[in-house]
Design a protein around this ligand. Structure first.
Ligand SMILES: Nc1ncnc2c1ncn2[C@@H]1O[C@H](COP(=O)(O)OP(=O)(O)OP(=O)(O)O)[C@@H](O)[C@H]1O
Ligand SMILES: [Mg+2]
Length: 266
């Protein structure tokens, strides 16, 4: 499979809030240190690592939400900057953990989707409504949801709406950052199936970010393990599960196995 998105030697530092003084440099958080990542066309890449590892920071750099201090992001071989140009902004979409806070409570689902479709000129005016129906079908929601505002929807439905919003602009890469963590287990399984299904139907590449290695291994072909701002291991899922090379990966795997093991005597 050919590479579609490639980030090279990405470094990101955060300054402590409210300090612009030079001496605060020593207190900077090195969220990413020379991280490189490759996303293949229509592939599914998993990114694992404990809280604070830098997963969301990497997602934001790939999606063009924040500019890295060092390093480059290339799409089909050409560098793309931050902020992104309109045609570039469409290509890499990110869905975050809490769909409640990322959806505007004042707008109906129809308004959100149709404004995006119009803004990017993706359909003629008389094709927008049909496209909204298609998007609802794609994410497994009834068309009646188009008239709803986010507050009227369940967590799982909101996450599907967030996916529909990302897909409305027809991205080549969809980054799902902890999209399951606010959901109940059965709903998590539904959303995972949906992601797998979307990849098949749309040939969209997916980057799935999660703490939980079990979640990642269920749909990802390749895994990248992050620890304290660096990539400690990368490779095919099967290889990482059977022959983890890095001690941190081994620890994550053991933790995942303990969690999925039935309780003694239960
Ligand atoms: N806006 C910010 N300002 C200052 N520090 C930040 C900011 N965002 C993240 N950080 C810090 O950067 C590091 C990486 O954070 P990031 O959110 O990328 O980790 P993560 O792997 O996504 O964690 P989680 O699993 O908890 O979502 C952490 O130490 C975090 O505290
Ligand atoms: Mg995060």
């Amino acid at each position: 499979m050919s590479e579609i998105l490639h980030a090279t030697d990405i470094s990101v530092r955060y300054r402590p809030l409210g300090s612009r003084l030079r001496r605060s440099r020593s207190r900077e958080v090195h969220a990413l240190e020379r991280v490189s990542v490759t996303v293949r066309q229509a592939g599914i890449l998993g990114i694992a690592g404990e809280s604070g590892a830098g997963k969301s920071t990497l997602a934001k750099v790939l999606a063009g939400v924040i500019a890295p201090h060092e390093g480059t992001v290339r799409y089909e071989g050409a560098p793309i900057g931050c902020p992104r140009k309109r045609h570039e902004a469409r290509l890499i979409q990110m869905v975050a953990q809490d769909p409640g806070s990322s959806l505007n409570p004042a707008l109906t689902v129809r308004t959100v989707l149709s404004e995006l479709i119009r803004f990017h000129g993706l359909r003629p005016a008389d094709g927008v409504e049909v496209r909204c129906y298609e998007l609802m079908d794609l994410v497994g929601l009834p068309r009646a949801v188009l008239a709803a505002r986010p507050r009227a929807l369940s967590g799982g439905e909101r996450q599907r709406v967030a996916l529909a919003r990302a897909l409305a602009v027809e991205p080549a890469v969809l980054i799902a950052d902890e999209v399951l963590s606010a959901l109940d287990t059965p709903v998590q399984a539904e959303i995972l199936n949906l992601l797998r299904d979307l990849r098949e139907r749309l040939s969209v590449a997916i980057v799935l970010i999660a703490h939980d290695l079990a979640v990642i291994s269920s749909i990802c072909e390749e895994i990248l393990v992050m620890h304290r701002g660096s990539v400690v291991e990368r490779g095919a899922t099967r290889q990482i599960f059977t022959q983890p090379a890095d001690p941190y990966t081994r620890m994550l795997l053991e933790a995942a196995r303990r969690l999925t093991m039935p309780l003694a005597g239960g």
